[in-house]
Ligand binder design. Structure first.
Ligand code: THU
Length: 126
């Protein structure tokens, strides 16, 4: 799947974001040979129950028995901010994916690409 197609899918599903508290829409597209899974951030009036878009995408895939992925795109339509994954999501990604797994962050003006190893060096593993 081409990057432009992944970005277009992320844009499409970002309207499903449930973010009435932060008003910060995020979507994620997880891509690999086993398929493509999308996610959006889903907030809650009890703020701590909010779940980030990338964790929704990863948990959807895992719960369907899919684990082989090469990259995730995290997208926000807000122009001023790139949606770098939070620390908790980096730790979740590192539980399932290797250091060379690609993490791409994008908004409507910029795209940046990292390896998971760059975003979470010295990751905690048991
Ligand atoms: N958020 C994500 O969905 N992914 C990230 O990597 C960063 C933050 C969401 C959580 C919350 O709904 C909103 O962005 C503002 O923090």
């Amino acid at each position: 799947m081409k990057l432009s197609e992944v970005v277009n899918l992320a844009k499409k599903v970002s309207s499903f974001s449930y973010s009435p508290y932060s008003r910060f829409k995020v979507s994620a597209v997880l891509v690999g040979k086993e398929g493509v899974f999308t996610g959006v951030n889903i907030e809650n009036a009890s703020y701590g129950l909010t779940i980030c878009a990338e964790r929704v995408a990863v948990f959807k895939a895992l719960s369907e028995g899919k684990r082989e992925f090469e990259k995730i795109l995290i997208y926000s339509p807000q122009k001023e901010v790139l949606p770098y994954p939070c620390g908790a999501c980096r730790q979740v990604l590192s539980e399932f994916f290797s250091e060379d797994f690609k993490v791409i962050v994008a908004n409507d003006v910029e795209v940046e690409e990292f390896s998971l190893g760059e975003l979470l060096p010295f990751n905690f593993k048991l």
